[in-house]
Ligand binder design. Structure first.
Ligand SMILES: [Zn+2]
Length: 133
């Protein structure tokens, strides 16, 4: 099943090849991270020079327009738009915290949770305050 990921701000496709390409910044370090388009696969490729410790919070930016990809739902999450072939459009929220494996696939008021740390985000409201369906 083909999954295409897009910047929610400029709608650039962020996985033109095998991986999702996102700019990552932590303190003074900046680089490109490559993520698997498979939800729940946490294999991450990052530059050797980029040193992270478990619990570090990384800020993700669109490599095309430079927009901050942080999720409004929770400061520990970032968000991308995703189109799954034959299934339509979803929002995919994922952890910005290194070593925390949590991904949330959101559509039509429903949330699918992935990753062994997803439980810690039970109370996150992905639908915005007072937003009408
Ligand atoms: Zn963008």
């Amino acid at each position: 099943m083909k999954r295409s990921y897009f910047c929610p701000h400029c709608e650039a496709m962020l996985n033109p090849g095998q991986k999702i390409v996102i700019k990552a910044v932590k303190d003074l370090a900046a680089g490109l991270f490559l993520f698997s388009p498979q939800v729940g696969n946490y294999n991450l490729i990052m530059p050797d020079s980029f040193r992270l410790s478990i619990g570090d919070r990384v800020t993700f930016y669109c490599p095309v327009c430079g927009a901050d990809l942080s999720s409004e739902a929770d400061t520990d999450l970032a968000v991308l738009d995703c189109i799954v072939e034959g299934k339509g459009a979803f929002e995919v929220h994922f952890s910005r915290v290194f070593g925390k494996h949590a991904t949330f696939v959101v559509r039509d008021g429903q949330v699918q949770r992935f990753g062994e740390h997803a439980e810690a985000y039970q109370t996150v409201n992905f639908f915005g305050e007072g937003e009408k369906e």
